[in-house]
Design a protein around this ligand. Structure first.
Ligand SMILES: [Cu+2]
Length: 142
């Protein structure tokens, strides 16, 4: 009888440990999921940023284009580099001027802008990552 009781209580302890571990894992994945959703929700919005001139290197970092709003001259090349360990793209909002593959960590994408106009773009997997390149017409030669 005593042996059976020990067996039962050992079983109960083991069950409690398993249930506890399952709850812990569920809690962790929920926390991480929430964290990822929060990070993914950060994004970037060029309309909330002051346009930056003289920058042709854009970092893709923390689910944002940094800076997200740049002004360049026609003929200049802009390079984006993904510093996240998650894939991102550069995709034109309209048209297909910018149409990168998914960039992995450390990968870059370059584009030479020849037409003076606004190029709005986003990341296909994370549409809240948005950016803008404004291309100015070349100055008339003196
Ligand atoms: Cu992305």
């Amino acid at each position: 009888m005593k042996f059976v009781l020990i067996g039962v209580s050992a079983f109960l302890v083991a069950s409690a440990a398993v249930v506890g571990a399952v709850i812990m894992v569920m809690g962790m994945s929920m926390t991480m999921g929430g964290h990822m959703a929060m990070m993914g929700g950060q994004g970037s919005n060029p309309d909330e940023e002051t346009p930056v001139q003289g920058v042709t290197q854009v970092r893709i970092r923390d689910f944002a284009f940094q800076p997200a709003n740049i002004v360049i001259d026609a003929g200049q090349t802009v390079t984006w580099t993904n510093e996240d360990n998650i894939g991102h793209t550069l995709t034109s909002d309209e048209g297909d001027a910018l149409d990168s593959e998914i960039l992995g960590e450390g990968e870059s994408f370059s584009f030479t802008f020849t037409q003076p106009r606004e190029y709005r773009y986003h990341c296909t997997p994370h549409p809240n990552m948005q950016g803008l390149v404004t291309v100015r017409a070349p100055l008339p030669s003196p």
